[in-house]
Write a protein that binds this ligand. Structure first.
Ligand SMILES: Cc1cc2nc3c(=O)[nH]c(=O)nc-3n(C[C@H](O)[C@H](O)[C@H](O)COP(=O)(O)O)c2cc1C
Length: 211
């Protein structure tokens, strides 16, 4: 794909996990077909969710549409330079309440988890289709919820910008520099535990030997 991925520690992963990364320089001339957009949405549709509650609702923001204009108007300064160049942006929302009544019961205690998982599925489907996805939360959530008339049953969560990487020479240096930043991860021993929280996980010595 590009020299941004895979990272050596991701070498053992399956595609498209291995090659996934989040570009900030998109080719603004690239467009997705409606079939491709639908396939991406199908990946989210087929994600698992608690009790099959499927608490997600997505907006499809293609450049030139009102919803895209509304999204762009709410972007943070850091995201305003790159998000508008993506081929399509999905805005994810989660159903958090049963009804509009602010005291209504929660729709699902796992709604946020489930929408995150649906977003991950869409992101990986994008990779399998030769596309890239970059998720983001830097925008005015309240302003966008109002502009898109999102009801009180739902909470706006994130954007997922999808497209193909562009030429760094076409964007300002600050945006281009984002795609040269180091990609790093916390080591496994910081967050993988065994007997108790904080205790290292020690693989059983025989498990790997086949004995
Ligand atoms: C919930 C969420 C919010 C994010 N918000 C932003 C954002 O506002 N702007 C941005 O440039 N990237 C954002 N990102 C992308 C992360 O910064 C990126 O995934 C992380 O640095 C790891 O890089 P990689 O995806 O290339 O491995 C967000 C990612 C997630 C999952």
């Amino acid at each position: 794909m590009t020299d941004r991925a895979p990272h050596p520690s991701a070498a053992g992963l399956a595609e498209p996990l291995r090659s996934r990364w989040s570009p900030s320089v998109y080719d603004d001339a690239h467009r997705l077909s409606s079939t491709e957009v639908e396939t991406l949405l199908r990946a989210a549709q087929w994600a698992p969710s608690k009790g099959n509650t499927q608490p997600w609702a997505f907006f499809v923001c293609v450049p030139g549409t009102h919803q895209h204009d509304r999204l762009v108007a709410t972007l943070s300064r850091g995201n305003a330079g790159w998000v508008p160049r993506a081929s399509v942006v999905f805005v994810t929302t989660a159903q958090v309440r049963e009804s509009d009544d602010p005291d209504a019961p929660s729709y699902s205690d796992h709604a946020l988890y489930d929408v995150g998982q649906a977003a991950a599925h869409l992101t990986l489907q994008a990779g399998a289709m030769g596309l890239h996805a970059h998720q983001f939360a830097g925008f005015d959530h309240d302003a966008l919820a109002e502009a898109l008339r999102v009801p009180a049953t739902h909470r706006v969560l994130t954007g997922i910008a999808v497209g193909v990487p562009g030429d760094p020479a076409d964007v300002d240096e600050r945006t281009a520099a984002r795609d040269r930043r180091d990609r790093a991860r916390r080591p496994l021993d910081e967050w993988v535990f065994g007997e108790r929280f904080g205790d290292p996980f020690v693989p059983a010595p025989l498990a790997d030997s086949g004995a």
